[in-house]
Design a binder for this molecule. Structure first.
Ligand code: ZN
Length: 249
C-alpha cells in the first residue's frame, strides 16, 4: 500500500461558492475521490485549518506520498513545518504540487528559486504530452483538451526539470512547463499545473489518470531515516541512542 496524504489549505472552499458547485466536497474531496478507485492507495486528508496544519510528525512519518494544494494561504504555513515537509522529501517521501502550489513554501524550498510565473485569467488550454514513455503519462493521449483554465506561462522560475512530461499551450499563444519531475535527495517531486479552483479540471478523466500515475511514480524507492552524515560503522539507531535526530542536522 502507498500511504497518501492529500493536503489542502481549504480556504477557497469557505469563500468561493462557485468552487463548491464544482467540487461539493472541496478540492481535497475531489482529490480523495480521484485516488479512491485505486486499491493500492491508503488515503488520508489533512487541511491547513486542522491543528498543526494537519501535519503533525506522526502524519509526516507515515506518509509515502503527499499531494499539496494551496493558493492564498501559503504565508500561514509555518516555516518550520515547510522545512519538515521538504526534509521528508530529501529522506524519500514523494510529493506532488498542484497548480498554485508553485508558490508554496515546501516547493520553493525544494526548488531553491522564486517559482514565480506569468499568469492571467481563463483562456483555453491544451496539454501536450512530451514524454509518452514516462510512467506519469501512461494511458494519457498525445494531447488533452482541458478547455477553460487559468493561464500560467513562461518564464517559470524553476530549476530545469529532470524530466519534463507535459507542456501547456494556451490559445493566447503562451507556453508553460506543466508537468515537471525532479529528484531531491532520495525523494521525488512532481509539479502539475492544471487545477484552478473554479474550473472543473479535476473531473477530466485524463487529469485524474495523471494524478494517480504521479502518486505511483512518486512512491518512495529508498527511504532514509536521517539527514546526517553517518560515521562509518554507525547506524541511524546508534545515533538516535545518542539523542541525535534529523531535526538537528
Ligand atoms: Zn488558480
Amino acid at each position: 500500500m502507498i500511504r497518501v496524504t492529500v493536503w489542502n489549505e481549504n480556504k477557497h472552499e469557505k469563500e468561493i461558492p462557485e468552487l463548491l458547485e464544482i467540487y461539493p466536497q472541496g478540492l481535497h474531496g475531489v482529490l480523495q475521490e480521484i485516488l479512491s478507485v485505486d486499491d493500492d492507495l491508503e488515503i488520508r486528508i489533512a487541511t491547513q485549518d486542522m491543528p498543526e496544519c494537519g501535519l503533525p510528525d506522526e502524519v509526516l512519518d507515515s506518509t509515502d506520498v503527499m499531494i499539496w494544494w494551496g493558493h492564498c494561504n501559503h504565508h500561514n504555513v509555518p516555516d518550520e513545518l515547510a522545512r519538515k515537509v521538504a526534509d521528508r522529501v530529501l529522506l524519500g517521501m514523494g510529493i506532488i504540487f498542484l497548480h498554485s502550489a508553485h508558490h508554496s513554501k515546501p516547493f520553493r524550498l525544494l526548488m531553491g528559486t522564486t517559482c514565480s510565473l506569468r499568469w492571467r485569467d481563463n483562456d483555453y488550454e491544451r496539454l501536450w504530452c512530451l514524454d509518452p514513455s514516462h510512467p506519469i503519462a501512461a494511458g494519457v493521449p498525445a494531447t488533452v483538451e482541458l478547455g477553460t483554465e487559468e493561464m500560467y506561462g513562461e518564464f517559470f522560475d524553476i530549476p530545469q526539470p529532470d524530466e519534463l512530461v507535459f507542456a501547456g499551450w494556451f490559445r493566447g499563444g503562451e507556453l508553460f512547463r506543466s508537468g515537471c519531475c525532479w529528484k531531491r535527495g532520495t525523494g521525488k517531486v512532481f509539479y502539475f499545473q492544471p487545477g484552478h479552483e473554479t474550473n472543473p479540471i479535476y473531473h477530466n478523466p485524463h487529469v485524474r489518470r495523471i494524478i494517480r500515475n504521479a502518486v505511483h511514480w512518486a512512491a518512495p524507492a529508498c527511504r532514509r531515516s536521517t539527514l546526517w552524515c553517518l560515521p562509518m560503522g554507525q547506524t541511524t539507531e546508534e545515533l538516535a541512542a545518542n539523542g541525535m535526530s534529523i531535526d538537528q542536522y
